[in-house]
Design a protein around this ligand. Sequence first.
Ligand code: PMP
Length: 361
Amino acid sequence: KLAAMPVMRKMGFAGKPVTDETVILDAAPALKARLLANENPFGPSPAAKKAIQETLDTSYQYAFMQLSTLSGKIAAYEGINQSNIMLNSGSSALLLAAAIHYSKGGKSIITGDPSYDDLPTSALRNGGKWVKVPLTKDYKLDLDAMEAKVDDNTGLVYICNPNNPTGTVVDTDKLKAFCERVSKKTMVFVDEAYIDYLPDPQATTLIGGVKAGQNIIVARTFSKLYGFAGLRCGYIVAQPDTIHALSIYTGGAFNLSATTIAAAIAGYRETDFLQDALKKTIASREFLYATLKKEGYEYIPSSANFVMFPLKMDGAKFVGEMMKRGVGIRNWKLNGADWCRVSIGRMDEMEAFADAFKQLS
Ligand code: PMP
């Protein structure tokens, strides 16, 4: 009954509708380790929290000027114009806008398999098609195979880099060349939700492609390394005409709260705090690798705040058994087999995972 993903789906998780079958996840408050949604328990920063407090007195005001301050900060750091940026309450809203726009008229969305399924799932519900391309043997997006699938009916190619759920990264030069070629034929959407976990995000981002005038959309979020998942702040970087086309679906600038904008302004590029969160994440990830090795399990080395490994039992059963022990994780199918994805949390959460996992393996 408490298998994590079906319950979350029924609760309307990730934009899925709440149905009559909605189950109240009564186990959630009791979780010792909440490792199921790639959240970052080390954020938001003290400066971001202070900014929220300080904004409460003026929160009767619409925050359009502050929104412009935030997009100005991002534009200055990335060397782009504010007209290249569209912010919203999390990148999910922007993935949804792209799904609707680029699947219109039954167009297809090309993704890796497995990859983050939010955008193509929304496209399907909008009457679009979903073309799934298996990963390479080393669990990376197969850019060549994805490019080979592009045809006249393609609406968008979705590249999640690092890829959720595998945590793998494609070769940067290869992806840059891919975007240059493929964007001449169709829209390329590069989801960089987890790019802040890489040692050098600026060397890996495709924002340079936007600067060079390419027909691509780069998505970023404050939900991951910034620890803002519940505050809701994300953005896309794209050509102004793309932003204009997608703005029809997003409800405009008023979707972000004044408190969230203030937190994002205070927290943006707060390098020391983010580096500390990154260090703690890497230490927890190393501990998880050691736990898996000790129990005789393989895993996919990850560049993000989650790790995927093949299970030796039914995935739904494993999730349920872990949940009974107070550990929330997710199961996944990869090449027809059962896999688990564990988000990286605090060390005490990784220890709780290890304790429960030892009982089951
Ligand atoms: N993209 C990817 C790859 C994700 O994993 C997620 C959330 N798990 C999102 C986008 C959406 O994040 P948010 O709406 O919180 O910005």
